[in-house]
Write a protein that binds this ligand. Structure first.
Ligand code: COA
Length: 262
């Protein structure tokens, strides 16, 4: 679908700094949407080539952006990236924990290490970035942290045991973060997308042809990274000022009716 005009004013995030983990797909689109609404943005991931390409896209869009290379599984590496963002842009007000690993595998073909790799990237990576910001003076009344999971966890999904386990862990972690950090003014929420057209996640699950079934999706289509990024924008905006610890399922209603196997 075509990129839609934003429902929000373009100066919504003026003066804000956003840090997004995961250097392409939804991570890049989240940076673009935050940046188009006035934020300076930093993104980080393991692969510098992806980050360089993303930076070019953002700069071509007139967005003040930077990147840091890190593996979200390594706390010190994440901390170094946060330090570099603070040095260049100042304290991140917005954190989008989006970095994720995914490959389709039945449990019978999934090694313990394969399970661990995805749980470490998704769940422990979310913990690492959130903890670094919490303990680094970034937990202010301006702090808005959004965590990306997947709607598939609410029904279960064949070949995704590692992924749905990691995402369920993030939901649980974020509810506790909301309770512990709410008194400091920090809002922490979850966006649980369904299949998004053109993303690596959908291509990996479908074997590369992007034919994610939509016949039982109430809206009869895949979502877009722009739509999910707009949900992130809503949650970090003052329009969501009394929302914390919430999960916004952003999948066209597919989790109510959709297929759980391919
Ligand atoms: N099927 C089964 N097991 C697989 C697999 C597959 N397609 N791909 C990786 N694994 C297993 C490996 O065999 C290994 O387990 P082992 O040591 O028992 O053999 C384990 O996962 C870790 O593999 P490794 O190659 O060391 O992974 P990594 O730690 O470098 O990277 C991945 C993590 C595997 C998740 C990586 O594929 C990734 O990050 N993918 C891209 C990100 C992505 O898909 N993003 C979209 C998210 S929606």
């Amino acid at each position: 679908m075509k990129t839609r005009r934003s429902a929000f004013r373009s100066d919504l995030l003026d003066g804000k700094v956003g840090l997004v983990t995961g250097g392409h797909g939804l991570g890049l689109e989240a940076c673009r949407v935050l940046g188009r609404h006035g934020a300076r943005v930093a993104l980080c991931s393991r692969k510098e080539a992806n980050l360089q390409a993303a930076l070019q896209v953002l700069r071509d869009d007139g967005i003040d952006a930077m990147y840091g290379v890190c593996d979200e599984r390594e706390f010190e590496a994440v901390a170094d990236v946060v330090d570099s963002v603070i040095a260049r842009f100042g304290r991140p007000d917005i954190l989008v924990n989006n970095a994720a690993g995914n490959f389709p595998a039945f449990i019978s073909d999934l090694s313990s290490n394969g399970f661990k790799a995805v749980v470490d990237i998704d769940l422990r990576g979310t913990f690492n970035a959130s903890k670094r910001l919490m303990s680094g003076g970034c937990a202010t009344t301006a702090a808005r942290w959004v965590n990306i999971t997947a709607a598939t966890q609410y029904r279960g999904m064949a070949m995704q045991a590692h992924v749905v386990s990691a995402k369920a862990g993030i939901d649980a972690l974020i509810r506790t973060c909301a309770i512990e950090w709410g008194p400091a003014g920090v809002r922490v929420d979850v966006v649980a997308p369904g299949g998004m057209a053109g993303t690596e996640g959908v291509q990996r699950i479908t074997g590369g042809d992007d034919k994610f079934p939509t016949d039982s999706n109430p809206l009869r289509r895949l979502g877009s990274t722009t739509e999910v990024a707009q949900t992130v924008l809503f949650l970090v905006s003052d329009a969501a000022s009394y929302i914390t610890g919430a999960v916004v399922v952003d999948d066209g209603g597919s989790w109510l009716t959709g297929r759980a196997e391919f």
